[in-house]
Design a protein around this ligand. Structure first.
Ligand SMILES: *Cc1c(COP(=O)(O)O)cnc(C)c1O
Length: 478
């Protein structure tokens, strides 16, 4: 189906009803009839056309977030390296169209595998605007990145230095690289922990001396161009304090290298991890406040060290795509369960939806919190404590642990979970041989399928025992 085919039916006036506000994307409104629209398109129409579950992407909201990052960082860093570069962390969600859209808004694209690299290249993102990460890059991935002329390969271990240099030599090029440093800062939401040693798989240790050794070894290989140091300190960070320590430690190493070797690294990457609203009551700083906070940190540290400022880059993933998508589910079985609990509700409604941990593993994986709303109609005034669960054979298959939903919620209703754009579809699985949902983008009332729904045939195509048509299976097309 093409954009033109999709553009016709089901269109309502933009601005029909008031925006729901965070954690919903900017284009989500509830109409006078009680049903929700995404960028002017009624969710009932989206469900009728594309089925459920479906990820629904608000394209204008995604583009606005990408643009906001680029503009805010360019402005805040204008006097520090003449602006800043924003790399969209594609692992949050990557498709050809999304890579193209964020690139059109002035972002570069960070990849962490051959598949992500291929997708960014297919989108027409120039190699020079792509970065490659990974703690265990294969020879094929390194070779592909060097052949594509990526703007930077972020080195994550000592052995990788020679592997990348050898690939560059084979291709007769000089490969731009950064060194990923573990700086001993872990940030998550409102807390950050500053330690020295790090017991984790990423990066090269600052205190252990591996980071300095990596710099030395890179400088000894003429096939490598050392752009700078990199650190990524955490996720869902709502406070710039953690970046202060990380940036200082990186800039100290940069100054020490300059003092020792005379080589001043031109760039610095502070990674991603910028937090978003999942429930709506979080205190999320504006992109401008984050940009100004980081610029301030770099400005002060450089002044203290007497170092010329580097050109800074950052790698937001979640903050660009997370709030721009919701998941639209069909409601199935609704059960009332006596909890027998001393704390919390005595009775809880278990609302089963037609997806679950296969399209949103974050709740089961890290206890992530989400909210949900009835979106196909207004629903009664009376609400009750509810839990949104999936259809998988696992009692931990929970999408939303605690949410008050209308007591008259019933099978056939549509339920939406906001802020599922990051690490939802990208971490989706086929558990229980459930086909993965599509991603449908809506802009000005018109929908485009960004990633189509998987079909049972897609799954069976990988199964070597499958002979199409050999056995009659009801409901399976041949
Ligand atoms: C995961 C990751 C990001 C993106 O993190 P978000 O929380 O999505 O912003 C950026 N850089 C690196 C190196 C990462 O591993």
């Amino acid at each position: 189906m093409t954009a033109a085919d999709d553009a016709s039916a089901g269109r309502t006036e933009i601005g029909d009803g008031a925006p729901l506000g965070p954690p919903w994307s900017a284009g989500v409104t509830r109409g006078a009839d009680g049903a929700v629209r995404v960028a002017g398109l009624d969710v009932r129409e989206i469900a009728a056309r594309y089925g459920t579950p479906a990820f629904v992407l608000d394209e204008a909201d995604l583009r606005a977030r990408a643009r906001a990052f680029r503009e805010a960082f360019d402005d805040a860093f204008a006097d520090l390296g003449g602006g800043a570069d924003v790399y969209y962390a594609g692992k949050a969600f990557l498709s050809v169209l999304v890579a193209r859209w964020v690139h059109e808004e002035g972002l570069r694209v960070d990849t962490a595998s051959g598949g992500e690299l291929a997708t960014a290249l297919l989108a027409g993102v120039p190699g020079a605007a792509i970065g490659l990460h990974g703690n265990n890059k294969s020879d094929a991935e390194i070779d592909r990145a060097v052949a594509a002329g990526v703007g930077r390969i972020v080195l994550d271990s000592l052995p990788e230095i020679d592997r990348v240099a050898d690939a560059a030599a084979r291709h007769g090029v000089r490969a731009p690289v950064m060194v990923r440093v573990t700086v001993g800062v872990h940030a998550h939401t409102h807390e950050f922990i500053s330690t020295a040693h790090e017991d984790q798989k990423f990066g090269l240790s600052l205190v252990g001396g591996q980071a300095a050794e990596a710099v030395e070894r890179v400088l000894a290989r003429p096939e490598l161009e050392l752009l700078g140091l990199h650190s990524h300190i955490g996720s869902q960070i709502l406070d710039v304090a953690g970046f202060e320590v990380a940036a200082r430690r990186l800039l100290e190493l940069r100054a020490a290298v300059a003092a020792g070797s005379g080589y001043l690294m031109p760039e610095l990457d502070l990674g991603g991890g910028y937090g978003i609203a999942y429930l709506g009551d979080e205190d999320v700083p504006s992109v401008r406040a984050v940009a100004e906070g980081l610029a301030d940190v770099v400005r002060r540290a450089c002044a203290d060290l007497g170092s010329p400022p580097p050109r800074v880059s950052i790698e937001p993933g979640r903050a660009i795509v997370g709030p721009a998508m919701l998941t639209l589910y069909g409601v199935g079985t609704v059960k009332e369960v006596q909890t027998g609990a001393d704390h919390g509700p005595a009775v809880r409604a278990y609302v089963s939806v037609d997806g679950g941990m296969s399209d949103n593993i974050r709740t089961a994986l890290y206890g992530a919190e989400y909210t949900a709303a009835l979106v196909s109609r207004a629903g009664g005034e009376v609400t009750r404590p509810s839990r949104v669960v999936g259809k998988h054979c696992e009692s931990g298959d929970i999408v939303v642990r605690d949410v008050d939903l209308p007591a008259d919620l019933r099978a056939g209703d549509l339920l939406a979970v906001p802020a599922t754009g990051a690490y939802g579809r990208s971490m989706a699985s086929n558990y229980n041989l459930v086909p993965r949902p599509p991603v449908v983008a809506v802009r000005d009332g018109a929908a485009v399928v960004v990633v189509r729904r998987e079909a049972e045939q897609d799954l069976l195509a990988l199964d070597t025992g499958y002979a199409p048509g050999a056995v009659a299976v009801p409901g399976l097309g041949s």
